[in-house]
Design a protein around this ligand. Structure first.
Ligand SMILES: [Zn+2]
Length: 726
């Protein structure tokens, strides 16, 4: 996909006039959108979130500082000569960037600042500057500088960034190069926020980087505004002239047209000190005017950049990149156990401690407190290298049944004062309830953003375990486990995929749900379409805990733990009637007595009435095709219902062609798979089968999945339909 991207970039460079604020960000973005795939999906998600934040005013507050690393990708010249820019030039650039983002030249205060990193990804001290002699690896670099066409000669962008790159989740990467394309354009380029991975960051020519007469700077781009402009892109801004054909263009919806910012007037490309249109804003950093004529971001651009930070670049907000490492710095970062809920009244908690210091950690004090009880402590000893973590076990807690909060904090690493207190403590909430511990294990496919799942208790409708909002950048191809204590009863497990391809994006994913004794209650893998549903039932168990005689919340030696399990009274009978043939559509693993109710798929069809698929696009058997545990109504699962009108804006919406009248539960899921609406609706007779009509339908612009669950058939739902709100 990058071949196309760089072809665009090259074309842009050739057409541009030297000295203008020539920027390759648009071309990169458009090319990557045209190629579709993960970037385009992420972008749709990102823009929907931007509009939602805009509508709901859920904006980040306070000053934010972004850790920044400057990679000086020189061609073998001495420090301070040519592209091997001096420390002073780097400092002048970061200083000028911070001035522009503070609003000092006359624009909005973005309340975003940039620090040169004080800590490397490995946790060692740094001044935030890395110098790399690219010519030592690519001799042609002396003649050409960076070649921005990937199909062209080395060193191209990938070659260059491979030589020096820090994790984009913790740092803004800025690469400074002596020249690009043998002295041609662009001056710089950056990637918009859906970008992740190696290429994410800002690339700039050395002659537009920094401010000062001592430096060899371009005559019309000598105030560092190229960096300000590119960092604007990095934080989600378009050019002010984006998607604006002429000065007569109007923006019917300014949050989705043009530059998607409402307080920047529609304009075409500016030049020198003049905006492209009479109403245009020549001083805007996101135009192409000369450095000396630029002075402002707007409040609308501020909102969009801060929104991008929370929506896509939130890991920067918790990065320790700006915090200089100290010799002795230990932290409690997470509770490895218990999970959110457990069945055992005696809790064996394990805390993950991490050595953020530069010295090997050999000892630390770990204090802990259950609820508002007595504070206890243990001494941890061992050998923990800088930048690594380990698990430390706490004494067994006499928690008992109920909701609890466990606080854990560390102090005195190696017997010394801790160098950074903000990472010292962790607070974890959990519940102890009688029942059986269930574990849902999900191995994500390569696009986990599309995946959501929930385990719901049938009687109460309560969601017992669930997760969604996975990030492609961090959660792809991962094994994730969730445990909880399930009380006796029946549950519905539903795994959904926003783009109707299950866990089928290579490498494909899988999931299973197991009991504490290892019994597999449900499982699936690969492409199962828009959703897979399993109905399961479990029996509850109650455990006896230790008696906490001295009231310190700990099971001390004199307070032995009862290991015996006692089954609940009034346990249901062992016999479960249903279909026990695993090849049937309504097979249930919990059935002990086959009552002859098995229903089988028709020849050549799956249980939904869709044509049976043997292999998916990756040549992998579709393990889940036809597996519809617990679904016992073929007519329902294959119901051919529609939403109309679709796409729509708001107002009246009708679900027609429903298989029967009566009560349904409506589920509306947003683009992240999160359930945002759940309520009860009544279907009435009509000429198109049963139907439901809403007269005051209103949702933010975006794409949604609509589910209807018939009240008469627990655990069953009609096929999900996609609804687009414009
Ligand atoms: Zn630009």
């Amino acid at each position: 996909m990058f071949v196309t991207a760089f072809a665009f970039l090259q074309a842009l460079g050739i057409q541009s006039v030297n000295g203008q604020e020539t920027c390759g960000a648009d071309a990169l973005h458009e090319a990557m959108m045209e190629n579709g795939g993960e970037y385009a999906r992420s972008w749709v998600h990102f823009e929907a979130a931007m509009r939602s934040q805009h509508a709901n005013r859920t904006l980040l507050e306070g000053l934010v500082t972004i850790p920044t690393v400057v990679h000086i990708m020189h061609d073998g010249t001495a420090e301070g000569v040519g592209g091997n820019v001096s420390l002073d030039q780097v400092l002048s650039a970061i200083n000028a960037l911070n001035e522009d983002f503070s609003g000092a030249p006359g624009g909005a205060d973005i309340e975003v600042q940039f620090c040169l990193a004080a800590r490397t990804p490995e946790g060692t001290p740094t001044n935030g500057i890395v110098r790399v002699d690219v010519a030592a690896s690519y001799s042609g670099y002396v003649e050409t500088g960076l070649i921005t066409s990937l199909g062209g000669d080395a060193p191209n962008e990938w070659d260059l960034k491979t030589l020096s790159h820090w994790p984009e989740t913790d740092y803004l990467n800025i690469w400074v190069v002596p020249q690009m394309n043998s002295g041609g354009n662009p001056l710089g380029f950056a990637y918009l926020p859906p970008m992740t991975g190696m290429l994410d960051g800002v690339v700039l020519r050395a002659d537009v980087f920094g401010v000062g007469e001592a430096f060899d700077l371009n005559f019309s781009a000598n105030l560092n505004r190229t960096l300000t402009h590119e960092v604007g892109h990095y934080l989600g801004l378009y050019h002010t002239f984006n998607a604006t054909a002429s000065c007569a263009s109007s923006e019917a919806d300014c949050s989705s047209a043009g530059d998607r910012v409402c307080d920047t007037p529609p304009t075409t490309t500016g030049w020198g000190c003049a905006a492209g249109c009479p109403e245009g804003m020549a001083e805007n950093f996101m135009d192409y005017t000369s450095d000396a004529c630029m002075s402002a971001f707007t409040m609308g651009q501020r909102d969009r950049m801060r929104g991008a930070l929370t929506e896509h670049r939130s890991s920067l907000l918790t990065s320790l990149g700006c915090v200089a490492p100290s010799n002795d710095d230990v932290g409690a970062v997470a509770l490895a156990s218990p999970g959110a809920s457990t069945c055992q009244p005696n809790v064996d908690a394990e805390v993950e401690i991490f050595n953020f210091g530069t010295e090997v950690l050999t000892s630390t004090t770990i204090d802990f407190q259950l609820n508002s009880g007595e504070i206890s402590s243990i001494e941890w000893t061992g050998s923990l290298a800088p930048g690594t973590g380990t698990l430390a076990a706490l004494p067994t807690l006499a928690a008992g049944y109920g909701a609890h909060q466990l606080s854990v904090w560390t102090s005195l690493p190696n017997g010394n004062q801790d160098g950074y207190a903000a990472n010292d403590n962790v607070v974890h909430s959990f519940t102890v309830a009688p029942g059986d511990e269930l574990t849902f294990t999900l191995h994500t496919d390569s696009s986990p953003m599309e995946t959501a799942w929930s385990l719901t208790e049938d009687n109460t409708g309560d969601v017992f375990l669930s997760a969604s909002g996975y990030e492609n950048a961090t959660d792809a191809d991962q094994t994730l486990s969730y445990t909880g204590c399930a009380v006796e009863g029946c549950y519905t497990l539903e795994v959904t995929d926003l783009f109707s391809d299950g866990l089928g994006l290579w490498p494909v994913g899988w999931y299973n749900l197991t009991q504490s004794d290892g019994t597999i209650l449900a499982e699936g893998s690969g492409n199962f379409g828009a959703s897979a549903v399993h109905s399961i039932c479990i029996e509850g168990m109650e455990f006896t805990g230790c008696e906490d005689l001295n009231g310190n919340d700990i099971c001390d030696d004199a307070e032995p733990v009862e290991e015996e399990e006692e089954e609940n009274e009034g346990e249901s009978s062992d016999a479960v009637n249903g279909c026990s043939d695993s090849s049937a559509c309504n097979y249930s693993a919990s059935v002990t007595e086959d009552d002859g109710s098995c229903v089988f798929a028709l020849p050549g069809q799956d249980c939904y009435g869709n044509p049976a698929a043997g292999l998916d696009g990756m040549g992998q058997p579709n393990g889940n095709e036809g597996e519809v545990n617990g679904i016992n109504d073929l007519e329902f699962a294959s119901s051919n219902w529609v939403l109309a009108p679709n796409p729509t804006i708001s107002g009246q919406l009708t679900a027609m062609g429903l298989p029967e009248t009566g009560t349904y539960t409506l589920h509306v899921m947003d683009a992240t798979g999160r359930l945002i609406v759940q309520n009860s609706v009544e279907a009435i007779p009509s000429s198109n089968g049963a139907q439901v009509t809403w007269t005051d339908w209103s949702l933010p612009t975006g794409c949604y999945l609509i589910g209807l669950f018939p009240a008469t058939r627990p655990g069953t739902h009609l096929p999900f339909q996609r609804l687009t709100i414009r």
